[in-house]
Design a binder for this molecule. Structure first.
Ligand SMILES: Cc1ncc(COP(=O)(O)O)c(C=O)c1O
Length: 411
């Protein structure tokens, strides 16, 4: 029995059902598992030398219905199932799953065409390790790295002036949750012939699908919302074009950064609840932002869901009403490291762990964690103060979440 074409399904349905389950023609007496088994095998046998020969070609194609497996570094059925769902969820032609978000970003930058003599224009406040990857791995190879504030109204003029080969941004910035205008950036990148790459970790395909806004490559740290349970490290790149996807697969194979079958299984399982979790993350974060804005110990709240956020309108157009993500930051009055440490130590429900997007609420101090290696002057230039605290609001009861914050802010 053939299943209906799942390209017609809504995102919510697609994420729950995942890739097409294979049912044998005519029915199987043994039955087919509803959950894909985890294939630990490193190699795959084929009927004869002729079919093995064909399988080598098919393993490179990545095309649905044609894909074959020969050697696990070149792809495994669990990673392929995850890649198929994410490619469809993002509206891309294909995807590759990697062993971490950073491995995915590395492969995406190579796929975008960074070589000696080329130039990348990146947003100034990227995730710290991405900036380090550009400075420590690509600059020594002869790549010119230029950073600018691309969240402002003149991002397109900057792209036209810089004439880069690659433009790299994040949908929402960390930790100040600035919103990137995807349409403006991709149009300007196209105009100057640059490949556009966006890290959509904070938004996930539930909130925005950057390929629909003209982007060429979308990257995610799947360690965060996509997996969602804090138990697997992974990354993914989704391509808008076949030529990019072929290049991406080639880099994935020679870099050897493929995601393992077990981690692929965990991330794909996480996707089944992504829509539900994101709805709850967004609803809870908005209430937390409203609570903090009224609190006397808080100087400022950074959350695009608040009407006084400078990009509230853009966020509403791009992400939708009430869908502003689960991440926010705020500044404690007094702006001191001691006050932040005291606040963090008083929290009971929020975990002081350096990640985001887990089911549970998390607190981090950017000056100590994500932006630790940035010189103070650069941190200040971005707008990260000594009193800045980042929250990844979880899916717990919002009353318990706010109660925890209230108690920790007392005194
Ligand atoms: C926006 C963003 N991109 C990429 C990464 C890197 O992902 P990973 O830790 O899975 O390598 C992170 C990690 O925190 C992140 O926050």
């Amino acid at each position: 029995m053939k299943r209906p074409n799942n390209r017609n399904w809504t995102l919510e349905t697609l994420l729950v059902h995942g890739h097409e389950r294979e049912r044998e023609e005519g029915g199987s007496r043994k039955g087919v598992p509803t959950v894909q088994p985890i294939y630990t095998s490193t190699t795959y046998l084929h009927y004869n030398a002729e079919t093995l020969d064909q399988a080598f070609d098919d393993s490179m194609s990545g095309e649905e219905g044609k894909m074959a497996f020969v050697y696990a570094r070149q792809g495994n059925p669990n990673a392929y199932a995850l890649e198929t769902v994410l490619a469809q969820a993002e509206g891309g032609v294909g995807a590759i799953a990697f062993g971490s978000g950073m491995a995915a970003i590395h492969a995406a930058l190579l796929t975008a065409g960074l070589v000696a003599g080329s130039k990348i224009l990146a947003a100034k406040d990227l995730y710290g390790a991405t900036t380090s990857l550009l400075r420590q791995a690509f600059v020594p190879l002869g790549v010119e790295v230029v950073t600018h504030d691309l969240y402002g109204p003149n991002a397109d003029d900057i792209i036209r002036a810089e004439q880069p080969d690659v433009v790299y941004v994040e949908t929402l910035s960390n930790p100040l949750v600035k919103v990137i205008d995807l349409d403006v950036i991709s149009a300007a990148a196209r105009e100057v012939g640059a490949v556009s790459v966006v890290d959509s970790t904070f938004t996930t395909p539930f909130l925005v699908r950057p390929i629909e806004h003209g982007f060429d490559l979308v990257v995610h740290s799947a360690t965060k919302y996509l997996g969602g349970h804090g138990d697997s490290t992974a990354g993914v790149v989704i391509s808008a074009k076949r030529s990019l996807q072929d290049q991406l697969r080639n880099y994935a194979i020679i870099l050897g950064a493929m995601l393992s079958p077990f981690e692929s299984h965990l991330i794909k399982r996480g996707l089944q609840t992504l829509a539900l979790r994101m709805e709850r993350h967004c609803g809870n974060a908005l209430k937390v932002a409203q609570f903090l804005r009224e609190h006397e110990a808080v100087a400022k709240v950074h959350y695009p869901g608040l009407p006084d956020h400078p990009q509230h309108e853009l966020a509403t157009t791009l992400l939708g009403e009430g869908r502003y993500g689960g991440l926010l930051s705020f500044e404690l009055k007094g702006q001191s490291r001691e006050a932040v440490f005291r606040f963090m130590d008083r929290l009971r429900l929020f975990l002081p762990a350096t990640t985001l997007g887990d089911a549970w609420s998390l607190v981090s101090y950017p000056t100590m964690s994500s932006h630790r290696n940035l010189p103070e002057a650069e941190r200040r230039a971005i707008g990260i103060t000594e009193g800045c605290v980042r929250l990844s609001v979880g899916i717990e009861d919002v009353g318990d979440i706010i109660g925890d914050l209230e108690r920790a802010l007392e005194g």
